[in-house]
Design a protein around this ligand. Structure first.
Ligand code: AMP
Ligand code: TRP
Length: 327
């Protein structure tokens, strides 16, 4: 069985974008692959975080993964910070990554513009991400398009390392979902719906109430043409709503376009809202039950023990290759 690995940052509350672009792909893949899914909590502190909120969010994240259909018997689920080999390997990889390569990361350029004081960790974070992936010999890494460049960096680092020291790492491949690859902000459909945004009006959070979801979708920004069809460039708002509907109904965009070809914008929004509400309320019910018991602690403990064993083996072999470790 090929191994698949992915992580969702607890840097903000999970959104409809995280569900469609991230978690749902993992749910589909768990049948086919040996799946590893983790919370990259160390990545979260590359930007300022409130410690109490952060800890809460990590647990909520795991509960949401499970509620969204991640099956703990088919996935290895763990926290990045509970495995010291991630940061240890990251250091070795940093020493095998060029400044030029790291400086090309477009997400760093975007994110650093938004910070007053930019942490060094924000710059080196793609290398920690490479360590997350390479430590477990992941064959596939499902991510949204915005993370593709980081997986490509991991490939470049792994290839260079293998060429220099002999075969150590599996070269990972990004898996980019076809439909719903990018869900846009409802208030500014030219921007990604991002959980780290401060203005929540254009963002649907997985734990939003029915009332809030309906309100946000009904006030989504569209255009004045009042014809429903998909055209991301000229009709980003309507196209985004069609994308959401398509992703949640498992219908092709073309089919969704046909279904709504005679609708006005109000009707389209109502239908999209009702599908989003139906999807999210079902998730929220399961989420509540996971937050109450001790299932999560048990799953994470198991994941921690298992992944530490795997990671130690890989890390030891890396040390040996570079001339470190036991003499
Ligand atoms: P983020 O929520 O930005 O930390 O990203 C977590 C994962 O979900 C990554 O693989 C992203 O590419 C994906 N993702 C996040 N937001 C969206 C979005 N609006 N549309 C599609 N995928 C997304
Ligand atoms: N950087 C990813 C994000 O912003 C999260 C992440 C960290 C990740 N390490 C990873 C994703 C390894 C896939 C594989 O969402």
């Amino acid at each position: 069985m090929k191994r698949l690995l992915t992580g969702l940052q607890p840097s903000g509350e999970l959104t409809l974008g995280s569900l469609i672009g991230g978690i749902r792909q993992s749910v589909a893949f768990q049948e086919e692959y040996d799946s590893f899914i983790f919370v990259p909590d160390l990545h979260a502190i590359t930007v300022p975080q409130d410690p109490i909120l952060l800890r809460e969010r990590i647990k909520k994240n795991v509960a949401l993964y499970l509620a969204c259909g991640i099956d703990p018997t088919k996935n290895t689920i763990y926290l990045q910070s509970q495995n010291l080999y991630h940061t240890n390997l990251s250091w070795v990889l940093e020493c095998n990554t060029y400044m030029g390569e790291a400086s090309r990361m477009t997400q760093f350029k975007d994110k650093s513009k938004k910070q007053q004081n930019v942490a060094v960790g924000l710059f080196t974070y793609p290398i920690l991400m490479a360590a997350d992936i390479l430590l477990y010999d992941a064959d596939f890494v499902p991510v949204g398009v915005d993370q593709k460049q980081h997986v490509e960096l991991a490939r470049d680092i792994a290839t260079r390392f293998n060429n220099k020291y002999g075969d150590v790492f599996t070269i990972p491949e990004p898996l980019i979902p076809k439909v719903g690859a990018k869900i846009m902000n409802l208030q500014d459909p030219t921007r990604k719906m991002s959980k780290s945004d401060t203005d929540s009006k254009g963002i649907i959070f997985l734990l939003d109430s029915e009332e809030v979801i309906v309100k946000k979708i009904m006030s989504a920004v569209t255009d004045s043409d009042n014809k429903v069809y998909y055209d991301m460039e000229n009709k980003p708002g309507i196209s985004n709503l069609l994308t959401i509907y398509s992703a949640l109904s498992n219908m092709e965009i073309k089919e969704v376009e046909r279904k709504f070809s005679d609708s006005n914008y109000g009707n389209l929004k109502k239908e999209v809202a009702s599908l989003v509400v139906e999807t999210l309320l079902a998730i929220q019910e399961k989420y509540k039950s996971f937050m109450e018991g001790d299932t999560i602690e048990k799953i994470l403990e198991e994941g921690c023990i298992k992944t530490n064993k795997i990671a130690k083996e890989k890390y030891d072999s890396v040390l040996e290759k570079v001339g470190l470790g036991r003499v």
